[in-house]
Write a protein of this length. Structure first.
Length: 307
């Protein structure tokens, strides 16, 4: 006989099988005093179970699905930290570069000229004391320098004597500075612009107060940083004409040939300067060798020629 005891709920079932029984039926014995309890399930409970299972499933799905987002967010934060570090390093390197540039510029006395990589570069200070650099290709520089110099002369009479003076106004070349002159005109009135031109000129070194027969082109004077009165007059005349054309200042610039020793009663011709007429009717003398005031003379008697 095989006897099996099995708990189900509160009931103990005893299943007996008697191989010798002719009927082939198994007897079931239920302990006395114990009743059989069969659980009952309502539709509400079934639906509640299903809903609970769905909620648990959705929650698990959300957790599982959110794992890649959290990973991406961590990666983003890491990249942001790396970017911040790179930005700080860049700022430090940029500051070091600016300091090196300042040291380099400070090591060279302004104005100065450098020739590098096929360009001629001129450096000078503006009226606001900032360093300004202009460049011209070496090919263009050679072109301007090698142009044949005009050989025409003015015949000027002073104190009964006639003097032949080269026509310096023919050396004026505003086109040389057409690509750079806006650095002196932008934001400036006509008079402020003229002051910028004078400020540039007075940084250069005059070595003679006598008019010679070998005037320089403007590019030569800028590159050498030296010249005499007519060289500086030619340079300022070129700059002023270029700026007037660029900014529509409508300036009238004139070369003034004069006697620097007798400015109101010329005995000879030994100096050249500029006279600037503004659109408002005012005028200004601009000396080509003075390094302090725009003109040491308030009135000049001489020979005036428009540029």
């Amino acid at each position: 006989m095989l006897t099996i005891f099995e708990w189900r709920g509160k009931c103990l079932l005893r299943l007996s099988e008697d191989k010798e029984a002719s009927t082939g039926e198994a007897s079931v014995t239920i302990p006395v005093g114990e009743g059989v309890s069969v659980p009952k399930f309502s539709k509400k409970k079934i639906m509640a179970g299903i809903m609970s299972a769905l909620i648990v499933g959705l929650a698990l799905g959300y957790v599982i699905g959110s794992m890649p987002i959290a990973s991406l967010q961590n990666e983003l934060q890491n990249l942001q930290r790396e970017h911040s570090n790179l930005q700080r390093n860049y700022d430090m390197l940029n500051a070091s570069y600016e300091n090196l540039v300042a040291e380099y510029r400070g090591a060279l006395k302004v104005p100065y000229t450098t020739i590098k990589e096929g360009n001629v570069t001129w450096a000078f200070k503006t009226a606001e004391d900032t360093i300004q650099t202009w460049s011209i290709s070496l090919d263009s520089y050679v072109y301007y320098v090698n142009q044949q110099k005009p050989s025409e002369y003015h015949s000027l009479t002073a104190n009964g004597k006639t003097f032949l003076v080269r026509k310096m106004e023919l050396f004026v070349q505003p086109e040389v500075f057409s690509n750079e002159i806006n650095d002196l005109t932008d934001g400036n009135t006509a008079k402020e612009f003229v002051q910028e031109v004078f400020n540039l000129r007075k940084q250069l070194t005059a070595y003679s107060s006598d008019i010679t027969d070998t005037p320089q082109w403007s590019v030569e004077t800028m590159t050498k940083g030296t010249g005499d009165c007519e060289d500086f007059a030619i340079l300022m005349g070129s700059l002023i004409k270029s700026g007037s054309q660029h900014a529509n200042y409508n300036l009238t610039a004139q070369f003034v040939y004069m006697d620097s020793d007798n400015p109101t009663e010329p005995q000879t011709v030994n100096h050249v300067m500029l006279n600037i007429k503004y659109q408002d009717g005012s005028s200004q003398l601009l000396d080509s060798t003075s390094t302090s005031v725009s003109s040491p003379w308030s009135r000049v008697v001489g020979w005036f020629f428009d540029l």
